[in-house]
Design a protein around this ligand. Structure first.
Ligand code: ATP
Length: 341
């Protein structure tokens, strides 16, 4: 069996705990992956390295694939986000976040099945800010036609390949006529010129959010710029059980980094109670990506086995505390391993 070397960045806070759980499940499943561990974030700083060490970037460039735990970003002060820097440096322009109802996870809805496609390199989320005068600060929202066309194209291509029916664009082009107006025009152009068979619906984001919480089943692929994608991802996570159950991928032309939607959760770090499922699910997305891009059926089979095992675990009522269950991080990983076919 072909073994694929994957860069593993455990990250900060709960990152190392949930990354250990992924390693455990993958070992038990004999998944065709060899981990090469590299540091980023506060854990790199603690070892006397840069926050985003050159050797970590170089390893991802070399292997073209990584699984990453969250890196802590200080709030309102301090260094800027390592997660954002990594996406920019590797030009991982598309964040893909599938949000689905899960068996055994009781929420208000049982029929959520949507995918958020978030532009990952521009917009206010880039954090380009400066102090104009004492007491006056400014944040820059940048949108380029190249990036808007690229992400719109990605979303429609994704919908076509996954046999999804509809792309909804969340925007605020009534107010941000230039930046969001650019995204709106680019999405319309890609739709009409290249993907007329996929249904397309532009929605102003505030009304879109109301519709999303009223009836998530009306959404399929959701396309949006960077900051909206950040906010709507957590909102959508709340529809299916929270941040412990939503995976993600950051995709570029030269590589891909898989990471959960959640952050480093400092409030529960070190307690061994974090839900590792979101990172396990991200790792399963990674196996499917390897299967697809490297034409390796063993990866796809491994992905199906692990997915079936965690679905069975949840359906059996075994969950971590965030899901109302009793299991800790390691016992949840063990419960998944016990259900591998
Ligand atoms: P960031 O700014 O990095 O996105 P955040 O502000 O969204 O981070 P998180 O670290 O994602 O914050 O945590 C938000 C809340 O969700 C916290 O109360 C945290 O404990 C909880 N949480 C996040 N991830 C998990 C997880 N895997 N298991 C259990 N609880 C989690």
């Amino acid at each position: 069996m072909n073994q694929h070397t994957v860069v593993l960045i455990p990250g900060d806070g709960i990152g190392p705990e949930v990354a250990d759980a992924v390693r455990f499940v993958f070992d038990k499943a004999h998944a065709p992956v060899v981990w090469e561990e590299h540091l980023a974030g506060l854990s790199a700083l603690d070892k006397g390295l840069d926050l985003l060490p050159e050797e970590t970037l170089e390893a991802i460039h070399r292997h073209k694939i990584a699984l990453k735990g969250p890196c802590t970003t200080p709030v309102g002060k301090g260094f800027s986000s390592i997660n954002v820097a990594l996406r920019k440096k590797l030009n991982l322009y598309a964040a893909v976040r599938p949000v689905r109802s899960l068996p055994g996870v009781k929420t208000r809805y049982d029929d959520v099945d949507l995918v958020i496609v978030r532009e990952n390199t521009e917009g206010l989320y880039s954090g380009v800010e400066n102090e104009v005068l004492p007491g006056v600060v400014m944040s820059m929202k940048v949108a380029s036609e190249t990036a808007c066309l690229r992400i719109a194209h990605y979303a429609f291509r994704y919908a076509t390949q996954r046999r999804r029916k509809k792309v909804t664009l969340f925007h605020k082009a009534n107010i941000m006529k230039l930046t969001d107006g650019m995204m709106l025009r680019c999405a319309e152009k890609i739709h009409t010129e290249e993907y007329p068979n996929i249904e397309y619906e532009p929605l102003i984001i505030d009304a879109g959010c109301m519709k999303l919480v009223q009836d998530p089943s009306r959404f399929d692929v959701l396309l949006m710029e960077n900051l909206y994608g950040d906010v709507v991802s957590d909102l959508a996570a709340g529809l299916v059980g929270g941040l412990g159950v939503v995976p993600g991928a950051n995709i570029g032309d030269e590589g891909a980094v898989f990471e959960a939607v959640h952050g480093s959760a400092p409030d529960i770090a070190g307690k061994g109670i974090a839900n590792p499922l979101a990172l396990v699910m991200s790792a399963v997305m990674m196996l499917n990506h390897l299967g697809q891009t490297r034409h390796d059926d063993a990866c796809k089979k491994s992905a199906v086995r692990i997915r079936d095992a965690y679905n069975k675990t949840l359906a059996d009522g075994c969950g971590t505390r965030d899901l109302g269950g009793q299991l800790n991080t390691q016992s949840f990983a063990q419960a998944v391993a016990d259900r591998l076919s």
